[in-house]
Write a protein that binds this ligand. Structure first.
Ligand SMILES: Cc1cc2nc3c(=O)[nH]c(=O)nc-3n(C[C@H](O)[C@H](O)[C@H](O)COP(=O)(O)O)c2cc1C
Length: 419
């Protein structure tokens, strides 16, 4: 079959028009992966444009950046980029240019970690309510302070300001990180948000923070600029955010004009986003973790949907698109081991690389899920410095290398950055 005929039959290669008129050149998106490539004081470095240029060269439709923090006093991980003003504008412009030069869109993921930030990284952490972590996590996470109404309004304004700077720098869109147990997700959760003022109490009031963040971003960037969200289908915690509430939240966002909803799930306390939590029973048969929920959402709103978590094979992605449950396939770990995977998938072929569990063989380390994040960060750094990733790199060697390079303390701080 001629290449062009193969391309036109490949569902992954079809363009997608978003509600605001902007077009994704195809259905493959890199979902956010925290790069840990910011400077020690959380500014953009030239490594970021280089990393994104490599991904863009593969022909991918959409690149979503790793989470960028909207307040440098509230970091989620060492090596985050924090965006509060225009100090980094030239490098941000280079980042956007390197990603969009081949027709790919790049959206900046905006985040505030709330309570989910490891001990020692920030002076203190704010959250909707001062609810402690589960007992076995208190060694790594402090109990947060309850944010005052004034602090909440400041955070809302910061999301808007960061989005405006992203737009000015040439990014194609922004994504609100509303998943994985960070601040937006904390406000939505009846477990983490036990406020009795206008920011909590009922499900509707718990949604108010997210809708305020969305409205402020929209006010700052205008109607034409794509604004998306990554949202949990559920956080898989007793007394937490449920599928029913997630559905209501999506309905409210659709009504407000969101351009793309990315579905994920889980938190540090139950990391379903990387397949470690409680994915649906049918997951083994259909490689992606959150397809069943996506099907329900599809019946409720007409907003374009992206699903991330577990996609590995061309057949799995094609089948999911053909089912009609989603419009965009989100990939993370596969693109860290094979930055060219999109080119293969767009040809209707599988990547020659495989995502495999990362283990060291040291029980203590593996039990703490230490390796995965540090291992992937090493691969991203290799790509950013012009080298090829090492898909078969030993977990143990990567672990020892990281400890030798940064010391156990740094490694320990990073270890809980599941998302
Ligand atoms: C190293 C690493 C960093 C991640 N950083 C983020 C992040 O900054 N924001 C986010 O929304 N998800 C983040 N994730 C979660 C991924 O976007 C994705 O939801 C998850 O890896 C499942 O997709 P996959 O099976 O294709 O890897 C991260 C995952 C990994 C492995």
């Amino acid at each position: 079959m001629a290449d062009s005929a193969a391309l036109s039959e490949n569902l992954l290669a079809q363009p997608l028009r978003l509600p605001n008129g902007s077009v994704l050149r195809n259905r493959i998106a890199k979902s956010a992966m925290s790069e840990a490539l910011g400077s020690y004081d959380n500014h953009v470095t030239p490594l970021l444009p280089r990393l994104y240029e490599r991904w863009a060269e593969s022909g991918i439709g959409l690149l979503i950046t790793g989470n960028v923090m909207i307040d440098r006093r509230a970091l989620g991980e060492p090596g985050n980029v924090a965006l509060e003003d225009e100090a980094d504008l030239p490098l941000l412009q280079e980042w956007a240019r390197s990603a969009t030069a081949h027709g790919t869109q790049i959206w900046m993921q905006l985040n505030h970690p709330g309570k989910q930030s490891p001990k020692g990284l920030n002076h203190y952490n704010l959250a909707p309510s001062a609810i402690p972590f589960r007992q076995d996590m208190t060694a790594f996470f402090d109990t947060p302070r309850e944010a005052t109404p004034g602090q909440i309004e400041d955070i809302v304004a910061r999301f808007g300001r960061a989005a405006a700077i992203a737009r000015k720098a040439g990014f194609s869109g922004v994504q609100i990180h509303g998943a994985h147990g960070y601040l937006v997700s904390q406000f939505l959760s009846p477990h983490h948000n036990q406020r009795n003022d206008e920011w909590g109490g009922s499900a509707e009031k718990r949604r108010r923070f997210l809708l305020a963040v969305y409205a402020e971003i929209r006010r700052q960037v205008g109607a034409e600029f794509p604004v998306g969200i990554k949202l949990n289908s559920a956080d898989f915690l007793r007394g937490g955010f449920t599928e029913e509430e997630s559905m209501e939240t999506i309905r409210a966002l659709a009504k407000a004009g969101i351009d793309l909803v990315e579905i994920s799930g889980g938190t540090y306390e139950s990391p379903a986003m990387t397949g470690l939590g409680k994915p649906a029973a049918s997951t083994a048969a259909r490689e992606a973790y959150f397809l069943e929920f996506a099907e329900k959402v599809r019946g409720a709103v007409s907003t374009p949907l992206m699903v991330t978590g577990g996609f590995r094979s061309y057949a799995g992605m094609k089948g999911a698109l053909r089912s009609g449950a989603l419009d965009v396939v989100g990939l993370s770990r596969l693109l860290a081991v094979d930055p060219d995977a999109s080119a293969a998938l767009l040809r209707g072929a599988d990547s020659p690389c495989q995502v495999r569990p990362i283990t060291t063989g040291i029980k203590l380390v593996d039990r703490m899920a230490l390796m995965e994040v540090a291992w992937y960060a090493r691969q991203l750094k290799r790509i950013a410095t012009g080298r090829e990733p090492r898909p078969k790199e030993s977990g143990l060697l990567a672990f020892l290398g990281t400890v030798a390079h940064s010391g156990w303390g740094t490694f320990r701080t990073r270890r809980l950055r599941a998302s």
